[in-house]
Ligand binder design. Structure first.
Ligand SMILES: Cc1cc2nc3c(=O)[nH]c(=O)nc-3n(C[C@H](O)[C@H](O)[C@H](O)COP(=O)(O)O)c2cc1C
Length: 214
C-alpha cells in the first residue's frame, strides 16, 4: 500500500493575523472569542482538546478530552479519577492542553496546575449527561485492561439493573478537573509560515503578554 506523501503536503496559511491590539490584555476574553468563532464556524467538536499529563519521573502521555467549561479558575473537563490520566494527575497535578481549530488555522495552548472540582460541580455535570453516558461512566473501569467487549456489555447490563427505575448516581471515581491558566498561547497561522504567536503568563493578579517567533 502506498503511503501519502507527507513530506510534500502543505497548505497555505493566509488568514488575518493576530496582533497585540486585537488580542488585548485578557487571555480569558480572547479565548472566549476564539471559541465562539470556532463554534460559529460549525467545526466538529470545537471543544475537543489534547490533554497531556506526565508521571512524576517525566514520562508524558496525551489523549483527547472535551472542554466542558472555563472561567478565570481554568479549563474544566470530566473523566475517571482512576484512569491513566487521573492517576498521573494524582501523582503530578500539572497538565498541558491544546485546542486545534484547523479550518481557522488556530491553536491555543494552555499549561498549569490541575485541581479536582468540587463534588457538587461534578454532581451537577454528571446529572446533565444522557442516561446512557451516566451508565457507561459507572460501568467502565477506564484505562483498565478488560477481557473483551462482552465483559464490558455485561457490566453495563448489571449497572442498568442496579439503577432500574431510579436516577444514576455519580460514582466517586468519576468527576471533573480544572486546569489552571498559568500560561496561555494563541497561535494564528500566517503566510510563509510566519505565524503569529502571543503568549500570556500569569503574574500575580495580572498577565504578561509576549510575542514568540513562529
Ligand atoms: C473527541 C473525543 C472526546 C473525548 N472526550 C473525553 C472526555 O471528555 N473525558 C474522557 O475521560 N475521555 C474522553 N475521550 C477518550 C479519551 O481520549 C481517552 O481514551 C480516555 O480518557 C482514556 O485516557 P487515559 O487512559 O489516558 O486516561 C475522548 C475521546 C475523543 C476522541
Amino acid at each position: 500500500m502506498e503511503s501519502p506523501d507527507l513530506a510534500h503536503m502543505r497548505s497555505e496559511y493566509a488568514r488575518t493575523g493576530l496582533d497585540e491590539a486585537a488580542a488585548g490584555d485578557d487571555p480569558l476574553a480572547l479565548f472566549g472569542r476564539w471559541l465562539d468563532e470556532a463554534v460559529a464556524s460549525q467545526l466538529h467538536e470545537p471543544n475537543a482538546m489534547a490533554l497531556a499529563t506526565a508521571t512524576p519521573d517525566g514520562r508524558p502521555s496525551v489523549r483527547i478530552v472535551l472542554l466542558k467549561g472555563f472561567d478565570a479558575g481554568g479549563l474544566r473537563f470530566f473523566t475517571n479519577y482512576d484512569s491513566r490520566k487521573g492517576l498521573e494527575l494524582g501523582a503530578n497535578p500539572r497538565a498541558a492542553a491544546v485546542l486545534l481549530w484547523h479550518p481557522l488555522q488556530r491553536q491555543v495552548r494552555v499549561e498549569g496546575p490541575v485541581s479536582v472540582l468540587d463534588g457538587a460541580d461534578s454532581d451537577a455535570y454528571f446529572a446533565s449527561r444522557p442516561r446512557g453516558a451516566q451508565i457507561g461512566a459507572v460501568a467502565s473501569p477506564q484505562s483498565q485492561p478488560i477481557e473483551g467487549r462482552e465483559a464490558l456489555e455485561e457490566r453495563v447490563a448489571e449497572v442498568e439493573r442496579l439503577f432500574e427505575g431510579t436516577g444514576v448516581e455519580r460514582p466517586p471515581v468519576w468527576g471533573g478537573y480544572r486546569l489552571g491558566l498559568e500560561s496561555v498561547e494563541f497561535w494564528q497561522g500566517r503566510e510563509d509560515r510566519l505565524h503569529d504567536r502571543l503568549r500570556f503568563e500569569r503574574r500575580g493578579d495580572g498577565w504578561t503578554r509576549e510575542r514568540l517567533a513562529p
